[in-house]
Ligand binder design. Structure first.
Ligand code: NOJ
Ligand code: CA
Length: 552
């Protein structure tokens, strides 16, 4: 029998300071020439990721799926979508990534399955009251003949969250109609997911990104929501009937003990909850980390950024966790576009017309360069989204005919959805699909992607890719081990903090040049102007403490 490894001591574990690179596999690299990214394409690009200098990758769901929600509609949690490859390919990828010192996280989707999942098919084929129906939320409707849904809950993607079954009951789907919600009051659901975790841990993955970690449990009786406004959005309130219910924590405690029994594995929560509730998810017997939406949503404003940085650090450290920093992912507008929009623009719900006259693309790009130096110098982990290292913008003018996000149809074609941040990567400036594939890519790439291709940026000392590579190398050299931060006040338009003597980060968020403190400049996001830091620019410096501060 193999020995059970000791759980690692919390400090000095790899994930506490890891840079994790998110792979939206469908759009990363196509290895077999069908226009869709896959595992063989990803394997071929591992040298690129190693050169970039990331510590880990997180792969979005790669399981068999009809892809009604980009793979978050899972048919079989223990297999690989044939579009992406096979289980053998997955094993090979994990091995090759490990050989290059890159850890692998996979995505676990516990709130729902695909409607094509065997369990849901069995449930539909069974009569009301049958135990297979109890694995989901399948209930009688309201009204005289049950023709009204059991509650007024809305789907995140638009419309009612209840769909009638052919025999007159209703099933709950908080997301697409093809994603029935699992019933976490049912013990089979618990044991199934613990077994799925073990399945992937046994194959050698280093951990999990957990989808909708704040979902899972629903209030008994499905009470109506009585608030005004958008009923589908995770509320910033306590006792919501389906978000952030206290019962979720017991599940994660059990998952944590499964992970601990494998040694140095980790899990990170996608939990859209009130920031004050986030620490509950990262207590030392639950998640290791949680994404930090406050940081992602912060405006380009020194005071706001400083507050968010300090509060995020405080919230994580008070429960002994390490903070995380994310700017983009496959669900939100790419940040080089976001930072070019006027403050207060509602980028969650992308308007159909796009930002045409509102967008200052040059400012967005300048700020994206500067914010990269913020993200990569903060204590804790950074989660990068594929393509941000190339400075890819949001593609907001995809033709309607190619839109794939369920939000588009479920909103009655009023909200375009998330396809604009999921366009396949440009690897080369020329050639079919800009090196992504030998065939038409599943979403068209705009002409502007050619100039942003990885090959075009690789040897350009001024490119975004070079900036990321340099920053990652310096981070590894200087910031690998300690987790402290001290905020520095250099005026109202400046975000500044020190990471010990190894590094000070200064960001000019104002309108005029800023004179830098004394010290050695290690890296800047744009050239200095006569020794000063221009607006929308960040500098990494090595600043020796003044003699009064010195302790010897
Ligand atoms: C969050 C995922 O990131 C998103 O892409 C998905 O649509 C929902 N969860 C539902 O699984
Ligand atoms: Ca392919």
């Amino acid at each position: 029998m193999s020995e059970i490894p000791e759980p690692m001591s919390e400090k000095n574990t790899w994930w506490r300071t890891a840079v994790v690179y998110q792979i939206y596999i469908r759009s990363f690299a196509d290895g077999n020439g069908d226009g869709i990214g896959d595992i063989s394409g990803l394997r071929a690009r591992l040298p690129y990721l190693a050169d970039l200098g990331v510590d880990a990758i997180w792969i979005n769901p790669w399981y068999p799926s009809p892809l009604h929600d980009g793979g978050y509609d899972v048919v079989d949690f223990r297999d690989i979508n044939p579009l992406y490859g096979t289980l053998d390919d997955a094993d090979q990828l994990v091995k090759e990534a490990h050989n290059r010192g890159i850890k692998v996280l996979v995505d676990i989707v516990p709130n729902h399955t695909s409607n094509l999942h065997q369990w849901f098919q069995e449930a539909l084929a069974s009569p009301p009251g049958h135990p297979t129906r109890d694995r989901y939320h399948i209930r009688d409707g309201q009204g005289k003949d049950g023709s009204e849904p059991p509650s007024n809950w809305l789907s995140v993607f638009g419309g009612s969250a209840w769909e009638p079954t052919s025999d007159g009951q209703w099933y709950l789907h908080l997301f697409d109609v093809s994603q029935p919600d699992l019933n976490w009051e049912n013990s089979e659901v618990h044991s199934e997911f613990e077994s799925i975790l073990r399945f992937w841990l046994d194959r050698g993955v280093d951990g999990f990104r957990v989808d909708v970690a704040h979902g899972l449990f629903k209030a008994p009786g499905y009470p109506d929501i009585t608030e005004d406004g958008d009923l589908s959005v995770p509320r910033q309130q306590l006792d919501h009937p389906f978000w952030d219910r206290d019962e979720v924590h017991e599940v994660y405690r059990r998952w944590r003990s499964v992970l601990n029994s494998y040694g140095d594995r980790m899990m990170v929560a996608e939990a859209w909850v009130h920031p004050d509730r986030l620490p509950l998810y990262i207590r030392d017997d639950e998640f290791h980390q949680s994404f930090n939406w406050d940081f992602l949503a912060a405006e380009w404003d020194a005071k706001e950024m400083a507050r968010v940085v300090a509060e995020s650090y405080e919230r994580a450290s008070k429960v002994g966790a390490s903070p995380t920093w994310t700017l983009s992912n496959h669900d939100v507008m790419r940040h080089s576009t976001r930072y070019g929009l006027p403050p207060g623009t509602d980028w969650h719900r992308w308007p159909m017309e796009g930002p045409h006259d509102l967008l200052d693309a040059a400012a967005g790009l300048r700020r994206a360069r500067a914010v990269a130096l913020i993200t990569l110098s903060l204590p804790g982990s950074a989660y990068l989204y594929q393509g941000e290292e190339l400075g890819l913008p949001e593609v907001w003018d995809l033709p309607e005919s190619v839109l794939d996000d369920p939000t588009w149809e479920r909103s009655g074609r009023t909200v375009r959805g998330r396809d604009g941040c999921r366009v396949p990567l440009p690897w080369t400036s020329e050639g079919p699909a800009l090196g992504f594939s030998s065939a038409e890519p599943w979403l068209p790439q705009p002409a502007a992607f050619a100039g942003l291709a990885a090959s075009a940026q690789a040897d350009d000392g001024d490119s975004m890719l070079t900036l990321y590579r340099r920053a990652l190398a310096l981070r590894r050299e200087r910031l690998a081990t300690h987790e402290e931060i001290e905020m520095i006040d250099l005026g109202p338009d400046v975000l500044a903090y020190s990471r010990g003597i190894e590094m000070t980060c200064v960001v000019n968020m104002g309108q005029t040049n800023l004179s830098l403190p004394d010290g050695e400049v290690l890296l800047t996001s744009a050239p200095l102007s006569g020794g000063d830091l221009p607006p929308d620019t960040a500098a990494w410096m090595s600043v020796q403490p003044s003699s009064e501060d010195s302790t010897d």
